[in-house]
Design a protein. Structure first.
Length: 496
C-alpha cells in the first residue's frame, strides 16, 4: 500500500511527516511480511532533517527500509537533489538521545536492522515495538522540489540474540617511548567508503602506520568491526566524523560505542555541548578539512573548542594551503594573547582506491602505543605530518645555557636577544626545500640534496622569532604558488 507523506509539524531545523501505521498487521512467528510505501515531495528550503514516524508492532524480527528520489536535471551552477537517510528507534529522536540506530547518508539505497545483524552503518539490536523514525536529510533540493519514495518492510518471527560487541584494545605492544605514525581520518563500507575494515588495516600496515582511527560519517557501527584486525603492530582507535551542515569534525579516539550527534548548525549554539561530550568520552575534537569547498564542508563553528585541527587532508591541494595559513595565523594570535595554541595534524580521508591510506600521516611522540599516550601527544603538538613513512624529521631549538627543546615545546632563554639555533634533520625528501616559518613568515629556506637527507640549521633570537616551525616542500608546479608539502612540523616557541 502506498500513501502520501503529509507534513504535520515543523521546527527550526526539523519537520515530521504523517505516521506510517502497521496496526492492521497480523503478528506472530508465522505472520507474513508487511510493507508500506510513502511518497512525497520536499520543497526547496526544507529543514535539514525530516522524520517519517513508523509504528512498529510487537513481534517484529527485522525492519527493512529502501528509498529512491528523483535527481531532477538542473541548470549549470544550480544544486540538484541529494537525500540522505538514517533511522532512530522507539527511544526517540531527541538531540543527543539514545534512539540512534544508524545512518548511511547518501551512500546506500536500502538497509536492514535485526537483533543479530544490521547493514554497515546501522546498529544491530532488537526491533522493539513503538514509534521508530526514519530520518531523511535533504542535503540539497532542486528548485522543482525533491520527489521521494520510502518503502518500509516489517518481517515477523523470533528476534534472536544480539552478540556482545568486541572492541579494539586501548594499547598495543609498540616500542616504548617513540615516534608513532597514524592516520585518524578513514572511511570504510560503514559509511561512504568502499574498503572493508580488513582492507583498511592491511593498507595501514603497508603504509607503515602504527595506529588508525575509525571515523565514519555520523555513526559508530564500525567500532565493533575490527575484531582480529588489530595487533602488536597496529593500534585501532574508535571515533566518528561528525558531519554537520556547517562543517565536519573528527571525534578522535572516543570510548567505543560513543555516538556524537550531528543535527545542528553553528547558529544553534550546540557545538560546544558536543565538543565537551567528545572529551568526556576520552576523545579529541579535530575540525576536518576546514576549507573544503563541498556543500556543508566548510568549517563555521570556530576553533575555540578544538584540540587540534586538520590542516592537511589527503593529496595536498590549495584548500590545504588555506587551512595551513589560517592555522599559522592562530599561532600568531596565541603568542599575542598568551593563550593556548592548537596543534596541527594531517590525515588521508581515504575512501576508496586510488585514495592512499597514510597520505598524509601524523607522526606522534608518545610514551607508548596506547590511546592515552597518542591522544596526549596529539593534543600537546608533539607531532609532525609527513606524506609517507619514507619521510622522517627531527626538529628542535637550542640556546642559552645548553637548553634544548623539541616539537610542540617552549625554549626559555635568558633574554630576548639570546642566540637560538634551530635545527632540522630530514630524510626521505629528495629534491625538496626546507623552510623555517615564524610569526613574521618564512625567514629561511634551504634546498635539500637529491639524496633527500640533510641537516639544516638557522640562528635567530626570541625577539626576532616568537616561534619557528618547519616545512619541507616539493618543487612548485604552478608559477607563483608554493610547492606541495612533503612534511610539516608543529612549532617550537621561543621565549626570552
Amino acid at each position: 500500500m502506498a500513501r502520501r507523506g503529509l507534513l504535520v509539524g515543523t521546527a527550526a531545523t526539523a519537520l515530521t511527516l504523517g505516521t506510517v501505521s502497521f496496526a492492521d498487521a497480523a503478528t506472530g512467528d508465522d505472520a507474513p511480511d508487511r510493507t508500506r510505501t510513502v511518497r512525497g515531495t520536499l520543497p526547496t528550503g526544507s529543514p535539514d532533517y525530516v522524520y517519517l514516524p513508523v509504528e512498529v508492532p510487537r513481534g517484529v524480527r527485522e525492519i527493512v527500509v529502501s528509498y529512491t528520489y528523483e535527481k531532477t536535471p538542473v541548470p549549470a551552477g544550480t544544486q540538484g537533489n541529494a537525500l540522505d537517510i538514517g533511522i532512530f528507534d522507539e527511544r526517540g529522536t531527541e538531540l543527543g538521545g539514545r534512539g540512534f540506530r544508524g545512518w548511511s547518508g547518501g551512500a546506500r539505497s536500502s538497509f536492514f536492522i535485526r537483533a543479530d545483524e544490521a547493514t554497515p552503518g546501522y546498529i544491530a539490536g532488537p526491533v522493539r515495538a513503538g514509534t521508530w523514525n526514519i530520518a531523511l536529510g535533504p542535503y540539497t533540493v532542486a528548485p522543482e522540489g525533491l520527489p521521494y519514495e520510502v518503502t518500509i518492510t516489517l518481517r515477523f518471527g523470533p528476534t534472536g540474540s544480539t552478540p556482545k560487541p568486541v572492541y579494539p584494545p586501548e594499547r598495543a605492544k609498540g616500542r616504548g617511548r617513540a615516534w608513532y605514525r597514524g592516520d585518524c581520518h578513514l572511511h570504510s563500507v560503514h559509511s561512504d567508503g568502499k574498503r572493508t575494515p580488513a582492507e583498511i588495516a592491511a593498507a595501514a600496515r603497508a603504509a607503515g602506520l602504527d595506529f588508525i582511527n575509525s571515523s565514519e560519517h555520523n555513526t559508530y557501527s564500525a567500532h565493533s568491526a575490527w575484531d582480529g584486525l588489530w595487533g602488536d603492530d597496529l593500534l585501532v582507535l574508535t571515533g566518528e566524523e561528525v558531519t554537520t551542515r556547517n562543517g565536519h569534525v573528527i571525534a578522535l579516539a572516543t570510548d567505543p560505542g560513543t555516538f556524537v550527534d550531528w543535527r545542528y548548525r553553528a547558529r544553534d549554539n550546540r557545538f560546544g555541548h558536543y565538543a565537551k561530550a567528545v572529551r568526556r568520552a576520552g576523545g579529541l575534537v579535530v575540525p576536518a578539512h576546514p576549507h573544503a569547498t563541498c556543500i556543508g564542508c566548510h568549517w563555521k563553528f570556530g576553533f575555540g573548542e578544538a584540540d587540534a585541527v586538520e590542516v592537511w587532508n589527503g593529496a595536498y591541494t590549495p584548500e590545504d594551503e588555506i587551512a595551513l595559513a589560517e592555522w599559522d595565523n592562530s599561532l600568531v594570535a596565541a603568542v599575542r594573547t598568551s593563550k593556548p595554541w592548537i596543534a596541527a595534524m594531517g590525515n588521508s580521508d581515504a575512501h576508496r582506491e586510488p585514495d592512499k591510506v597514510g597520505l598524509p600521516q601524523t607522526v606522534v611522540l608518545a610514551d607508548e602505543l596506547s590511546r592515552e599516550s597518542i591522544t596526549a601527544g596529539i593534543r600537546a603538538g608533539h607531532s609532525y605530518i609527513a606524506e609517507s613513512s619514507a619521510v622522517t624529521l627531527s626538529f628542535g631549538a637550542s640556546g642559552g645555557r645548553g637548553l634544548h627543546t623539541g616539537i610542540g615545546e617552549r625554549l626559555r632563554v635568558d633574554g630576548d636577544d639570546t642566540p637560538v639555533t634551530v635545527r632540522l634533520e630530514v630524510t626521505g625528501a629528495p629534491g625538496c626545500t626546507a623552510h623555517f616559518v615564524t610569526d613574521q613568515g618564512t625567514l629561511f629556506t634551504a634546498t635539500l640534496p637529491e639524496s633527500g637527507t640533510a641537516v639544516v640549521e638557522w640562528r635567530t633570537t626570541p625577539v626576532y622569532a616568537a616561534y619557528v616551525r618547519a616545512e619541507v616542500r616539493h618543487p612548485a608546479t604552478v608559477p607563483g604558488l608554493p610547492g606541495a608539502l612533503a612534511a610539516l612540523t608543529n612549532p617550537v616557541f621561543l621565549e626570552g
